[in-house]
Design a protein. Structure first.
Length: 77
């Protein structure tokens, strides 16, 4: 798996202001079939650890606060 080193490489963006992982929420991590999302233990926020997204969208649709946004490339739409 390729590690997502910059935010521009990651198709999954997490709005840290909306993310409630510090309250114990791990919905986006739990529903990802590839386990590419993780919780940053220092900031207590979700982030995309690996750049292997299938654009399946359960992380975006199941997020209770709408913090997750999946940017689907134009050619895949």
């Amino acid at each position: 798996m390729t590690i997502a080193t910059t935010l521009t490489q990651a198709p999954v963006a997490v709005d840290e202001d909306k993310c409630i992982a510090e309250k114990g929420c791990t919905v986006c991590v739990d529903v990802c079939p590839l386990d590419v999302l993780a919780i940053d233990l220092v900031r207590n926020k979700a982030y995309m650890k690996f750049d292997e997204c299938w654009y399946c969208l359960p992380c975006e649709t199941d997020c209770p606060t709408g913090a997750v946004n999946v940017s689907i490339p134009y050619l895949l739409r």
